[in-house]
Design a protein around this ligand. Sequence first.
Ligand SMILES: O=C(O)CCC(=O)C(=O)O
Length: 269
Amino acid sequence: MFTEEQVDAFHEQGFLLGPRIYDDRQCRELLDRMHAVMDGRAASAPEAVRNLLGETSDRVVIQIVNIWEADPLFREHLYEPQICALASQLMDHPVVRVWHDQVQYKPARVGGPTNWHQDHPYWPIIQPADLVSAWVALDDADVENGCMWMVPGSHKWGPHKGGTIGTDPETFAPQPDLELLPPGISTAPVPCPVPRGHVMFHHCLTWHGSPNNNSERGRPAIAVHYMPGYTRYEPKSAHLVQHRVKVKPGETLQGEFFPTVWDGGPTPH
Ligand SMILES: O=C(O)CCC(=O)C(=O)O
């Protein structure tokens, strides 16, 4: 479990590097399975596989949504007990469910940017904005191959313009509307390298993004977006996985496609 100081740091910064979860062999196995799904060689299909930047773009970010539907090892990954216990601790709730998972793979040399954004405004069918994502690097993610960058404390500033923070195309600096922000704050981002097999957590309102991968190495990673057990289905507009929802508006979001992965585990305190 995280120490009290680490939990405090998460609440202060909006993100936190966690422990190593998978050894090199496990990372390689997950990576092989990820490529099989990406290349259409898996027995089943995920919810989506696409270039986030558009199919005609010369830069590429391969996004796979709900890879757990396509591969049993990724389904197991949703339940990884250390990650689930830490997510439960950071969300301060004993019940943890999966909203959805997401691979973002930036291939060597042509890996493109994931522009600055907040997650929760892109999820307009769930409330409240208390989710925490667990992002696991399947190979070293660093400044050279396009690791994520975060703006410390930004999760406390509320939803910003529908979750889209402007992105400077030259420097990759965030370009928010300063008039919408508390006076005197810093929007300077920090790089968040994640060594192979480790997990990093971020709050669903933390500003984050990742630049191009111009290196000779790919940048594979899997994020699982975890919901505290009280998260409700509150549709305001559409979402990719909405067709999987079987509950009524206002009800707790749960069911086969939103599995409960941690229930009554050790409470955080
Ligand atoms: O993998 C990335 O670079 C971005 C991932 C992301 O935006 C997320 O997990 O919320």
